[in-house]
Design a protein around this ligand. Structure first.
Ligand code: IPE
Ligand code: IPE
Ligand code: MG
Length: 243
């Protein structure tokens, strides 16, 4: 939650449009994913500069396994390379990494890389970076419910929240999707309940500081009512009631 005019405390992004960025340039889709990594690096820097404490990005969905095998293996390689290349700088910048998603489907090599990166950055606290990889909102809700059921615990909102893969951070204030599509594609279904949504026509490799600032400015124009009326949100209304 944020005060009006404040910075979103948690920004989540569906980084979409890498494939189209590449196709427009007659390049293989993987070149778009590589350029998408550059864009992510710039976005992390921008969040650090602005003091955003939590950034969550959607990097690979439960459904992305349905893509051609060479694109899937290319994305796995890209993740492995990025882990090796980026972690030292993230460590220096005070970024704490979390990988959110099902680990079971990933190779031993990738899994070990994720564990190492999480451990290496565990004492950082300037920016929490959640990378949703092999993630789906439905998977998260189902795994949390299954865990509670196995423990014989009642399934309440609070218990589900605590059993979910994103329980270490507050819900996102602002969800940005690039690439022009107006859908969530199974991202943060539970946590999106009261997020403000911002859809950008920019393809993810073209997303820059200016577009991030546009999203934040738009966020600041929204009135977050959480089911209440506008009048209830005005402090003056409370004072009048007291008088
Ligand atoms: C998002 O870009 C990255 C992943 C889903 C891994 P896309 O690859 O979906 O790009 P478009 O939507 O085809 O342009
Ligand atoms: C959502 O993008 C997943 C990621 C950005 C990782 P997709 O490109 O997979 O979404 P759809 O298929 O267009 O809904
Ligand atoms: Mg896409």
């Amino acid at each position: 939650m944020t005060a009006p005019g404040g910075l979103p405390q948690h920004i989540a992004i569906v980084m979409d449009g890498n494939g189209r960025w590449a196709t427009k340039r007659f390049l293989p889709r993987l070149a778009g994913h590589r350029q998408g990594m550059e864009s992510l690096r710039r976005c992390i820097r921008a969040c650090l500069d602005r003091g955003v404490p939590v950034l969550t990005v959607f990097a690979f969905s439960s459904e992305n396994w349905n893509r051609p095998a060479d694109e899937v293996s290319g994305l796995m390689e890209l993740l492995a390379t990025a882990l090796a290349k980026e972690v030292p700088q993230l460590l220096k910048d005070g970024v704490r990494l979390h990988f959110v998603g099902e680990r079971a489907g990933l190779s031993d090599n990738v899994r070990a890389g994720l564990d190492q990166a999480e451990q290496a950055t565990a004492s950082n606290s300037r920016l929490v970076l959640n990378v949703c990889f092999n993630y789906g909102g439905r998977w998260d809700i189902a795994q949390a419910a299954a865990r509670l059921a196995a423990q014989g615990q009642p399934i309440t909102e609070l218990a589900l929240h605590q059993a979910m893969a994103m329980s270490h951070v507050p819900d996102p204030d602002l969800i940005i999707r690039t690439g022009g599509e107006l859908r969530l594609s199974n991202f943060l279904l539970w946590q999106a309940a009261y997020a403000e949504l911002f859809f950008s026509d920019k393809l993810w490799p073209d997303f820059d500081e200016a577009e991030l600032d546009r999203a934040i400015a738009e966020f600041n124009r929204r009135e977050r009512r959480y089911g209440q009326t506008s009048e209830q949100l005005l402090p003056a209304a409370d004072e009048r009631k007291l008088a």
